[in-house]
Ligand binder design. Structure first.
Ligand SMILES: [Zn+2]
Length: 241
């Protein structure tokens, strides 16, 4: 997989963006981002460039290894000295900090001081802005619950190409799996403003998805490594198909 932000883009070639680990404790997500080679997906690279950011929230992710396995946010100092961190997936400029986010720095869904206040958010938004003409798809990988979501999460409005998003191949596969949920974020789970997927969609990337990987709650964020390896092959194929 291409794991770089400084690839020479080939403007004539379409590209797909995939980021992992925006939420620190969702360990299956960076595992997917780092897992290098799979014969079934290499053929895809003839057709599209794939940009992979394996850990979008590096200081938060590190903190889950050293201090608190269940940490979610980044490790940004906050105005309230008792608390640390911004929920990066509430920090994008898509109905920022409305219902479903919190302006309280101690909250798990703290939206930050202003949209794109965080360096991680800025870096991703800047990259997508400068490469939006090449990018046809945006994928953000989370866990857990086994769902595939598309815009909007930041409002109950229907996306302009809602019907098309419902009919995508990935959606059909997800829907075919017993118990797997697929649909617009706000109606499938809950309102979550300020997310990267909605922001990318509004930028013009019309195929924008959030994957919620395994499991459905037995282990939750503490999914054992053996389960992660098993889940990997199935999901990476869904992502690239
Ligand atoms: Zn998440």
């Amino acid at each position: 997989l291409h794991t770089t932000l400084s690839l020479n883009p080939r403007p004539e070639k379409k590209a797909l963006w995939l980021d992992c680990g925006i939420h620190a404790r969702e360990w299956i997500s960076p595992s997917l981002g780092f897992y290098g080679h799979n014969a079934d997906i290499t053929a895809v690279f003839d057709a599209v460039d794939v940009y992979v950011l394996p850990v979008l929230n590096p200081d938060g992710y590190r903190f889950t290894w050293t201090n608190n396995r269940m940490w979610r946010k980044n490790r940004s100092p906050s105005p309230d000295k008792r608390c640390v961190g911004v929920d990066l997936n509430r920090n994008f400029d898509a109905n920022w900090c409305t219902e479903g986010a919190s302006s309280a720095p101690c909250s798990e869904i703290y939206c930050g001081a202003f949209p794109e206040s965080e360096p991680e958010t800025q870096a991703l938004a800047n990259f997508l802005r400068s490469n939006k003409d090449q990018l046809r798809g945006y994928v953000s990988v989370h866990s857990y619950s086994q769902m595939l979501l598309f815009p909007y999460s930041c409002s109950r409005e229907q996306a302009a190409n809602h019907g098309e998003l419902v009919r995508t191949k990935a959606g059909a596969k997800a829907g075919a799996k017993a118990g797997a949920k697929y649909g617009a974020g706000a109606s499938t789970i809950y309102l979550a403003p300020g997310g990267s997927d909605d922001w990318a969609y509004n930028l013009g990337i019309k195929y924008s998805f959030t994957f919620e990987l395994q499991d459905t709650g037995r282990y939750g964020f503490l999914l054992p490594p053996s389960h992660i390896a098993k889940a990997y092959n199935k999901h990476i194929q869904n992502v690239y198909n």
